[in-house]
Design a protein around this ligand. Structure first.
Ligand code: SF4
Length: 706
C-alpha cells in the first residue's frame, strides 16, 4: 500500500523536510515537504535522489567479529557481539582506567543517539574521551559564539537571509554546500534587486554568480580583512556608538588593535584592491540590515576561533544583531552538528550547553544522572584522540557513523592508529568505508528512512526524523545499539546498581535530555515528539509553556554573559601554519562538490550523482599548469610534507595562480592511494582544536609514465 512519511534529509545542516513515498518495505520516491519551514518543498540534487542511494550491497546486515588481528571477520549474533565488546571495554577500564577507552561519534547521528553516547561515556565509563566529527566542522564557530556572545547559539533564522539588505558570505560555497538555502537567497535577490551580496572566497565559486562584489582573498587572511573593514568603519564613522556603549565591552582594545590594519596594509596582505575594501565597508556600514554567513572556510583553520570572533566584531560594532535581516549566522555542515553541540558531544562539553571543565556544570549533570561525579580529566579532541590511539594509550575505541580513516587529517597516521589499536568497534550503516576495514567488531546500524529521532538544523530548528521502512538484515537504530551495550557494561562494572539505560523508545531519551536544558539558553523543555507532530518543527529556545519557537535571539540586546554585554575580541591576524616555499609552492584547498556528500558512502552508490563531476580531479590555475607543462587530464603527483597522491589534473580558472583545489569526497575506494587528507596537516586552532583543512603547502609534478 502506498504511504507517505514526513522526515528530514540526512545530508546537510539546512535540514530540509522530505516526504518519503514507500510501501512499508521499500522507498520509491522522495519529495520536498511543502510544509517544512526550512525548504518549503524544495530539495537539492542530493536530497531529491535519497531514494536512489543506500545500495543494499553496501549495507551492513549483521554484526561481524574478528577474533584476532590479521584474521577475517565472521558473522556473529547481536547478543554475543555486544557481550564480547562489553567484556573488552570492561577489561580495558579495569586494567588501564576509564581514559583508556574512547568514543568517536558523528554529526550524522540523531540527538537521541548523541545523548545515549554521552551518558555512556561520562556517567557509566567515567571518561570525557568522547568527541565528534563536528570537531572538524563547527568547533571554531562554537568558540566564536561563546567568546563573543556568551553562548553557542546562532542568533538568526533562514528568513533573515531573505530579509537582509546586505549579506556577507565568507568561506562558504553555499551554492554547493547548502543548495536549498542558496536557492532561497537567489529568489530573494530576484524579488529585491537592491539586496547586496558580497562573497569572500579565494575561488570564484558558483556562489559568486550572485555576488555584487567578490573579494578573492588570499587564503587564510580573513582576520586581517575583518580588522581592515573595522578600520574603515571607524574611520568613516559607520559604527553604532549607542549600541556599542550600551550592550558591549572591549571596544577600546579592538579599536587600538585595528589601527594597524589600514587599507594599504590589508590590501597587500589579503590581495584585495583598496577600492574593493572600501566598497565592502561602505555596503556593510550603510546597510539597514547586515547578515553574515560562513562555513568551513573560516572554521577549518588554525585561526578559526579568531576568524569567527573578528567577523562577529563587525556585527557588534554596527549593532547588526538581534533584528530582522541582521546577525552573524554560521552554517552547519552536517545534518545534526547542532544536536551534537547541544547534547555535549565534543569532549569539552556537557549536555545543555555546559562545559566539562566547569565543576558546577559537572555537578548539575552528575546529580541528574544519579552518579556521584563526572570525570574531571579533560577528554581527547579528534586530532589528539587518534594520536593517542597511535601511541598505544587507547585500548578500546568505538567509532559510530563516521569515517575518520578518510576524513581526519594526516590520514596515514590515522590508518596506522586504527591498525594498531587493540580493539576497534565500528557502528555503521555502510560497511564499505575505509574505517570499517580496521574494525575488530562491525555493528550494522539503521540508516536514513529506517530510524526515529530528531535533529537540529543551522537555524536552531528541531525536526523529527521518522522511519518509513525496516532496516535491512539485523541492522538496529544507533541509540538502541548504544543502550544495549551500556546495559551489558553496567552489569560488568556496577552489577549492584539498577540500569540507567533502560530505554525502550527514542522519545524517552529526548525527554530525559531536554530536562537538562531547563533554564539554559537552549531551553527545550516545552518540546516533545507529540507537539512537533502537531505544530511542526520548532526553533529553540522553546521553554515549558511556549506556543511557538524563537525566530531570533538577542532582540532585547541582552547577551548570556555575566554582565549581559557582548564582547569584542581583539586578536591579531596569524598566518596559516604551513607557509608556501620553494619545495611546496602551491596552497591546497579542500572542499565539497555539489552532488557528493562526505566520504560518498551513500552518494557514491547513485550513478546520477556522478553526472556533475565524474572523478576526483585536482584543479590548478592555467598559469600553474603551463609552468609545469601539464596537459588537461594528465596524471600528476601531489606532494605535501605528509604524503602524496596521484590523480588527474584539470584547468580551473576560478582559482588564483598559486592555488590548488581538491574535492574532499574521494577516498581510497575510489582513488589508488589515500584521499585528500593524506596531504592535509593535523595542526589545529588552539581554542577550538579544529584542524587546518583549507591550507596545506603542496607541489604538483608530472608522473613519469613507465
Ligand atoms: Fe538535503 Fe541539504 Fe539538499 Fe536540503 S539542501 S535537500 S538538507 S542536502
Amino acid at each position: 500500500m502506498h504511504q507517505t512519511t514526513a522526515s528530514t534529509c540526512c545530508y546537510c545542516g539546512v535540514g530540509c523536510g522530505v516526504l518519503i513515498e514507500h510501501d512499508g518495505t521499500r522507498i520509491h520516491n522522495v519529495k520536498g515537504d511543502p510544509d517544512h519551514p526550512a525548504n518549503f518543498g524544495k530539495l537539492c540534487s542530493k536530497g531529491s535522489t535519497l531514494h536512489l542511494t543506500g545500495d543494499i550491497a553496501a549495507r551492513g546486515l549483521y554484526p561481524e567479529l574478528r577474533l584476532g588481528k590479521g584474521l577475517a571477520r565472521a558473522r556473529i549474533d547481536w547478543d554475543n557481539a555486544l557481550d564480547h565488546v562489553a567484556d573488552r571495554f570492561a577489561e580495558a577500564i579495569r586494567e588501564h582506567g576509564p581514559d583508556s577507552v574512547a568514543f568517536y561519534i558523528s554529526g550524522q547521528l540523531l540527538t537521541e543517539d548523541y545523548y545515549a553516547f554521552n551518558k555512556l561515556a561520562r556517567a557509566l565509563v567515567g571518561t570525557n574521551n568522547i568527541d565528534s566529527n563536528s570537531r572538524l566542522c563547527m568547533s571554531s564557530a562554537v568558540v566564536g559564539y561563546k567568546r563573543s556572545l556568551g553562548a553557542d547559539a546562532p542568533p538568526c533564522s533562514y528568513e533573515d537571509i531573505e530579509l537582509s539588505d546586505c549579506l556577507l558570505i565568507v568561506g562558504s560555497n553555499m551554492a554547493y554546500a547548502h543548495p536549498v538555502l542558496f536557492r532561497r537567497l537567489e529568489e530573494a535577490k530576484a524579488r529585491r534587486p537592491e539586496m547586496r551580496v558580497i562573497v569572500v572566497d579565494p575561488r570564484r565559486t558558483d556562489t559568486c554568480d550572485l555576488a555584487d562584489l567578490h573579494l578573492a582573498i588570499q587564503p587564510g587572511s580573513d582576520v586581517a580583512l575583518f580588522h581592515g573593514l573595522m578600520h574603515i568603519l571607524l574611520w568613516e564613522g559607520w559604527v553604532d556608538r549607542t549600541f556599542i556603549d550600551a550592550h558591549t565591552e572591549g571596544f577600546e582594545a579592538l579599536k587600538a588593535l585595528v589601527r594597524d590594519y589600514n587599507p594599504a596594509m590589508v590590501s597587500e596582505l589579503c590581495a584585495i584592491p583598496v577600492e574593493a575594501l572600501q566598497q565592502c565597508a561602505r555596503l556593510i556600514g550603510n546597510a539597514p540590515s547586515f547578515l553574515s554567513l560562513w562555513c568551513m572556510g573560516l572554521n577549518q583553520s588554525t585561526a578559526g576561533s579568531a576568524k569567527n570572533s573578528a567577523l562577529i566584531n563587525l556585527h557588534l560594532a554596527t549593532g547588526q544583531i538581534g533584528r530582522p535581516g541582521a546577525g552573524p549566522f554560521s552554517l552547519t555542515g552536517q545534518p545534526n552538528a547542532m544536536g551534537g553541540r547541544e547534547t555535549g558531544s565534543l569532549s569539552n562539553l556537557l549536555p545543555g550547553h555546559r562545559e566539562a571543565g566547569n565543576p558546577e556544570h559537572r555537578k548539575e549533570v552528575a546529580a541528574y544522572w544519579g552518579v556521584e561525579q563526572l570525570p574531571e580529566t579533560p577528554g581527547l579532541h579528534a586530532i589528539d584522540l587518534f594520536e593517542k590511539v597511535r601511541a598505544g594509550k587507547i585500548k578500546a575505541l568505538w567509532i559510530a557513523c563516521t569515517n575518520p580513516a578518510q576524513s581526519v587529517p594526516d590520514q596515514r597516521g590515522v590508518h596506522e592508529a586504527l591498525a594498531t589499536c587493540p580493539f576497534v568497534v565500528v557502528q555503521e550503516a555502510f560497511f564499505t568505508t575505509e574505517t570499517c576495514r580496521y574494525a575488530d567488531l562491525l555493528l550494522p546500524a539503521a540508516s536514513w528512512g529506517e530510524k526515529e529521532g530528531s535533529v537540529t538544523n543551522s537555524e536552531r530548528r528541531v525536526s523529527r526524523v521518522r522511519s518509513a521502512v525496516p532496516a535491512p538484515g539485523e541492522a538496529r537504530a544507533d541509540w538502541s545499539i548504544t543502550c544495549d551495550f551500556a546495559r551489558r557494561l553496567e552489569i560488568r562494572l556496577h552489577p549492584e546498581q539498577p540500569s540507567r539505560f533502560d530505554y525502550q523508545r527514542p522519545d524517552q531519551l529526548f525527554d530525559e535530555y531536554k530536562a537538562l536544558t531547563r533554564g539554559r539558553d537552549l531551553d527545550l523543555t516545552g518540546l516533545n515528539y507529540a507537539l512537533i507532530e502537531r505544530i511542526g518543527p520548532q526553533q529553540w529556545p522553546f521553554p515549558d509553556g511556549s506556543v511557538t519557537g524563537t525566530t531570533r535571539l538577542y532582540a532585547n540586546r541582552v547577551f548570556p554573559t555575566a554582565n549581559g554585554r557582548a564582547r569584542f575580541i581583539a586578536e591579531h591576524y596569524q598566518a596559516p601554519r604551513e607557509r608556501r616555499e620553494a619545495r611546496y609552492p602551491l596552497t591546497l584547498n579542500t572542499g565539497r562538490l555539489r552532488d557528493q556528500w562526505h566520504g560518498m558512502s551513500r552518494t557514491g552508490t547513485a550513478a546520477q550523482l556522478f553526472g556533475h563531476v565524474e572523478e576526483a580531479l585536482l584543479g590548478l590555475h592555467p598559469d600553474d599548469m603551463r609552468r609545469r607543462r601539464l596537459l588537461e587530464g594528465q596524471l600528476v603527483r601531489l606532494r605535501s610534507r605528509r604524503g602524496s597522491l596521484i590523480l588527474p589534473v584539470t584547468r580551473d580558472d576560478t582559482l588564483q595562480p598559486g592555488q590548488a583545489f581538491l574535492p574532499m569526497h574521494w577516498g581510497d575506494r575510489f582513488l589508488k592511494g589515500l584521499g585528500c587528507n593524506v596531504l592535509t596537516l593535523p595542526d589545529h586552532d588552539p581554542l577550538s582544536k579544529q584542524p587546518e583543512l583549507k591550507h596545506a603547502a603542496i607541489e604538483v609534478e608530472q608522473v613519469a609514465l613507465p
